[in-house]
Ligand binder design. Structure first.
Ligand code: ADP
Length: 158
């Protein structure tokens, strides 16, 4: 059984993330989506809010399970039995960072591979930060996130 782990902050989850999850769910028998819990990072949404938000968006995929991930991603991958860490790649801006992380993870655990999936061209410049910037000024984010996420963002900002 092929098991994958797609880790991320998902603060909030965007249609770009969901596109990777949908395509990733077809590549693995089971795909875990790991919502990062990192005390050194400041998130807009709490761990619990992001966990519930991502669960809500993923409930339509029967082989996708959403979990909270703290600590090293390779350790979480091992814990759930994943042989691969799935990451999305957008423009060049992602490349340096992702290469660094993938190399570090490979050195930490040679058994866990990192797989990159190219972004859907529709979402190549979409990030959680862009969504937060637009909603702050009451802009239209309906092309970037689901209605449920729009509601959660509105509650935070207005
Ligand atoms: P992190 O803090 O771990 O980078 P993010 O939630 O920002 O968490 O991103 C999680 C993963 O999803 C990363 O691999 C990132 O490159 C990918 N990703 C984010 N937005 C998109 C998008 N629009 N298209 C494809 N992949 C994306």
């Amino acid at each position: 059984m092929k098991i994958g782990l797609y880790p991320g902050s998902f603060d909030p989850i965007t249609l770009g993330h969901l596109d990777i999850i949908e395509r990733g769910s077809k590549m693995f028998d089971k795909l875990y989506v790991g919502v990062a819990s990192n005390m050194r990072k400041t998130y807009l949404f709490s761990d619990e809010e992001r966990l519930q938000m991502v669960k809500e968006e993923c409930k339509k995929y029967p082989n996708v399970e959403v979990i909270l991930c703290s600590g090293l991603t390779v350790n979480e991958a091992k814990r759930v039995g994943a042989s691969a860490i799935l990451r999305g790649l957008r423009a060049m801006m992602d490349f340096e960072y992702e290469l660094q992380m993938a190399t570090a993870n490979k050195m930490l655990d040679d058994d866990v591979e990192t797989l990159f999936m190219m972004t859907n061209p529709h979402y190549s410049y979409l990030s959680s930060s862009v969504v937060k910037e637009i909603i702050k000024d009451n802009g239209d984010i309906s092309k970037f996130v689901t209605p449920n996420v729009i509601e959660m963002l509105k509650k935070k900002y207005f």
